[in-house]
Design a protein around this ligand. Structure first.
Ligand SMILES: [Mg+2]
Length: 235
């Protein structure tokens, strides 16, 4: 593996969810809001019991979606329909509407990971910045606009538009080639070992693993941080 050398980088490719945009907080706020709107306390004991079921299905469905086993429509329907029906509330129409509302509301939430704005302000003078994200086009674009960070990025790469998802090397190849960056001048920053880091490694890009939850792992990574603040020292 090559060494982390800040002097050689010219392009930085940032993941969006959980790396810059605080997905967990924003998603939770949306689900709590919708839990009240849809009066789901009639169905579940409390918010947590709904959320637990939702997380289980959502995670499983995202893994299937990533491998092309389910469509995005099925993903967004089933992640609500299945927890609802497990709790005895079998209503495809309401589940479908809930899914639509979730996709409409969550990208309007604007909580960012700590130091995001400070870091982007610092980096923009030294590097060309891009976004590399798995997700739905209109959702990811809306997030970037609503939280005000779109202007920091030169290009935004969304799996939905490219047709393949990270960690597929074709995603990374497409992103690097579209920016006319050289591979050795490119750095990937992301929070997922399986998605961002594995993809960067397979395609041969330098990378930073943003391990905000400080999970323990055995993977060899080039650089690991637990706060974006640390990047001020490295870049
Ligand atoms: Mg992420």
């Amino acid at each position: 593996m090559s060494k982390f050398e800040p002097m050689k980088y010219r392009h930085i490719f940032f993941d969006l969810d959980h790396t810059l945009w605080d997905f967990k907080t924003n998603s939770l706020a949306t689900l709590q809001e919708l839990f009240v709107t849809y009066k789901l306390s009639r169905v579940f004991d409390d918010f947590d019991s709904f959320h637990e079921k939702y997380e289980k299905h959502n995670l499983r469905l995202w893994n299937l979606y990533r491998r092309g086993k389910v469509t995005r429509q099925a993903l967004n329907f089933d992640r609500f329909y299945l927890p609802f029906s497990e709790a005895g509330f079998d209503d495809p129409v309401i589940a479908g509407q809930f899914g639509k509302d979730y996709l409409a509301i969550s990208p309007t939430k604007t909580k960012l990971m700590p130091y995001t704005l400070e870091l982007l302000n610092y980096l923009k003078a030294k590097y060309t910045l891009h976004i590399i994200t798995n997700g739905f086009r209109e959702v990811q674009e809306r997030k970037l606009e609503m939280c005000g960070i779109r202007p920091y990025f030169n290009k935004v790469f969304i799996s939905d538009l490219i047709g393949v998802q990270k960690p597929n090397i074709r995603f990374f190849e497409y992103a690097v080639k579209s920016t006319n960056a050289r591979k050795k001048e490119s750095l990937v920053v992301g929070d997922s070992l399986e998605v961002d880091i594995a993809g960067a490694q397979n395609y041969g890009l330098d990378h930073v693993f943003f391990n905000s939850k400080q999970i323990s792992h055995e993977k060899k990574v080039m650089l690991e941080i637990s706060s974006l603040k640390q990047l001020f020292d490295f870049l």
